[in-house]
Design a protein around this ligand. Structure first.
Ligand SMILES: C[S@@+](CC[C@H](N)C(=O)[O-])C[C@H]1O[C@@H](n2cnc3c(N)ncnc32)[C@H](O)[C@@H]1O
Length: 316
């Protein structure tokens, strides 16, 4: 698969924009020889080695695979109404991990990742001009909440497996308007502070999306297929089925994790190992794949826009 440079993708995103959005969530930039950085990488790699050994020996056991129960257990603990405070630009910083981007090294929070990914989603929507949009595996719904606030005329829907993930945005929707700290986190501001209240959140399984064929013009996922290695083809097939045309995936495709520590990490955690080059067999023809944005050092992602061959909007 040939990757497209961000500047050549036609999305109109400058590297500087991404850097500016990410910066508030960077704890520190690492330059030159840095013992703390080296120690942190070594610590993480020891953990990966241990986990992948365990998986190699005990991989046949149910508990060693990323089943629906594993996901439910992990993410039921992750999502709660409290999480939205993580997006406060002036608030606490959570989940610091090592990131790289070209020759830059950074210790940063994944909340910064959500913020620059939002800009990618906005530019994809501006390019495709969909009327109905679905996010699969939407977690606490932050991507949708921000998108609805920027595109109030679009119908947004989200499907999430966990009760906790489903309940968090429902509770937020009871507020009279989008809290200011979430509006401030939005990369390009918000146009309508009530629009998030209209998002249709559903609790459901990506393996069996509760929608008729072609219900959405754009179906996307952000680090959600990541969790679905055991149902990979079904989930991708479902995304293609309920879309009339476009699918956008920001996921740890095998092409960006196929060697070194990222490959071992994906194996150890039983994360998604789908290949971009295998998407056409599922009815998803890649239009571009981008990977030049900040990346977690041990789990890389690619942003892929795919179209259904022959769909009316393909080529837009
Ligand atoms: C890493 S989180 C990403 C959440 C969200 N997309 C975001 O960008 O913030 C992965 C999410 O996928 C959800 N998920 C995993 N397997 C799923 C499935 N089979 N059906 C629906 N959601 C699923 C998890 O519950 C979790 O909320």
């Amino acid at each position: 698969m040939k990757f497209t440079e961000l500047a050549e993708s036609g999305l109109g995103i400058e590297k500087d924009e991404i850097a500016t959005l990410f910066e508030p969530f960077v704890e520190r930039h690492v330059t030159g020889r840095d013992e703390a950085w080296d120690d942190e990488i070594a610590r993480r790699e020891r953990k990966i080695r241990k986990k992948s050994r365990r998986r190699r020996w005990f991989g046949f056991l149910k508990g060693a695979r990323r089943t629906r129960d594993t996901v439910l257990e992990e993410y039921s603990r992750s999502w709660g109404p409290d999480n939205y405070r993580d997006y406060d630009l002036g608030g606490r910083r959570v989940r610091m991990t090592p990131w790289v981007w070209g020759d830059q090294r950074m210790i940063a929070s994944d909340v910064g990742g959500t913020r620059f990914r939002q800009l990618l989603l906005i530019r994809v929507i501006e390019r495709l001009r969909p009327r109905r949009v679905l996010e699969v595996g939407c977690g606490n719904g932050i991507n949708l909440i921000l998108l609805a606030s920027y595109f109030p005329e679009i119908e947004f829907c989200g499907v999430e497996l966990t009760e906790a993930g489903f309940a968090a945005p429902k509770a937020l929707q009871a507020e009279s308007e989008l809290p200011g700290w979430i509006a401030d986190y939005a990369p390009l501001g918000v146009k309508d502070r009530q629009a998030f209240k209209r998002i249709d959140f559903r609790q459901g399984d990506a393996a069996e999306l509760p929608f008729a064929d072609g219900s959405f013009d754009l179906v996307y996922s952000v680090l959600a297929l990541e969790q679905m290695e055991l149902i990979r083809e079904r989930a991708l097939g479902e995304m293609a089925r309920v879309s009339t045309d476009a699918t956008f995936m920001f996921e740890p495709f095998r092409e960006v994790n196929d060697e070194g520590w990222p490959a071992r990490y994906v194996y150890a955690r039983n994360y998604f190992r789908g290949r971009i080059e295998d998407l056409p067999a599922l009815g998803l023809k890649p239009e571009f794949a981008i990977r030049d944005f900040p990346q977690e050092i041990h789990l890389r992602a690619a942003a892929v826009l795919a179209r259904k061959p022959g769909a009316a909007g393909a080529g837009r």
